[in-house]
Design a protein around this ligand. Structure first.
Ligand SMILES: [Mn+2]
Length: 328
């Protein structure tokens, strides 16, 4: 089927009712269980799971559309996390104290808790969705545009194509990915989590949700940056003295710079706030913090080389009990 355009949709994180409103606003119609558009296709940027009140429902909508051909979906770090969470490390797999590729520590347990709770009575369904995650592409190149959850890393993607990998994250792949020096580890970590810089010795940032971080997220498109402020890309600001610090040569070398003449690329992941706008004429982020009562955002792409602020569509997430409030 030839589509006249694509509607690229940001991180849902269990806001299924808001997703339905967004699809309806963009003239998708429901046929039985499946939403479709007469001449457009939806592209989901990953992070369907975790945090929000209707994770199971969101997965059914997205997978239903993908199965029917009315959407495509890529892997987010939260789907990758879920696979790591169920995969034993090779060293401990056959011992009494099994450890997992994604450790079952307090922070990771808390992040996946909503998903596990909501699937507690549907273990078969959860297993089915986990198997589905294994085949989600980590990136897509479509006519005139690209999508990836967090970061377009040309070298890694070229390596992927060279190996002619049709990516499938089976147990061995996920186990390999625990080591960030392997291809598997670099690919999944970089494409779904993006780039970051470690803070100076002894310094941390406490984010709004209470996590202490020793890293901050960075842009993959910074042009000749000089200071940390030039590359930071996350909701929590850097302390002033750190923001003004100069990047070292090694830090500069490690940064990526997505070219201004590359095709438009769409990402999610970064918890933006406020009114959606393009980051650069060929880069747009569609994560506007839906699950923190922000907006669920789409970009309605029609093949343009130069992205426009006018082409975003969104729905505010409503906190009333009938909509996206967590079940009490
Ligand atoms: Mn993410």
């Amino acid at each position: 089927m030839q589509y006249s355009g694509y509607d690229i949709i940001g991180d849902i994180h269990g806001c299924a009712f808001t997703l339905e409103k967004l699809l309806e606003k963009m003239d998708y119609v429901r046929d039985g269980e499946v939403y479709y558009h007469a001449n457009r296709q939806a592209i989901f940027l990953g992070d369907i799971v975790d945090r929000g009140p209707h994770i199971r429902e969101a997965l059914h909508i997205v997978k239903g559309m993908v199965d029917a051909g009315s959407a495509q979906c890529i892997l987010g770090n939260h789907e990758y996390n879920a696979l790591g969470y169920i995969t034993p490390t090779p060293e401990t797999e056959h011992t009494r104290e099994v450890k997992y590729v994604r450790a079952h520590n307090a922070r990771h347990n808390r992040l996946i808790a909503e998903t596990l709770t909501q699937f507690a009575s549907y273990p078969e369904e959860w297993r089915m969705f986990l198997e589905w995650f294994r085949g989600l592409p980590a990136f897509l190149e479509l006519p005139g545009f690209r999508v990836v959850h967090a970061c377009w890393d040309e070298a890694l993607i070229a390596e992927c194509k060279e190996r002619k990998l049709s990516l499938f994250y089976d147990k061995a792949f996920i186990q390999q990915s625990a080591d960030k020096s392997t291809f598997e580890g670099r690919l999944l970590d970089r494409l779904t989590r993006g780039t970051d810089i470690t803070l100076p010795e002894g310094r941390t940032i406490t984010s709004k949700d209470g996590y202490k971080r020793r890293l901050f997220r960075t842009k993959f498109w910074a042009n000749s940056p000089e200071t940390y402020q030039d590359v930071v890309f996350q909701p929590d600001p850097l302390p002033e003295d750190i923001a003004q610090q100069s990047l070292s040569g090694d830090e500069k070398d490690a940064l990526l710079c997505y070219g201004e003449n590359e095709p438009p690329v769409f990402v999610g992941h970064y918890w933006l706030q406020g009114k959606p706008r393009v980051l650069r004429p060929n880069i747009a982020c569609l994560d506007y913090s839906a699950v923190k009562y922000g907006r669920l955002v789409a970009y309605r792409f029609d093949g343009e080389d130069c992205l426009s602020d006018k082409k975003f569509a969104w729905v505010y997430v409503d906190a009333s009990p009938a909509t996206e409030s967590p079940p009490s």
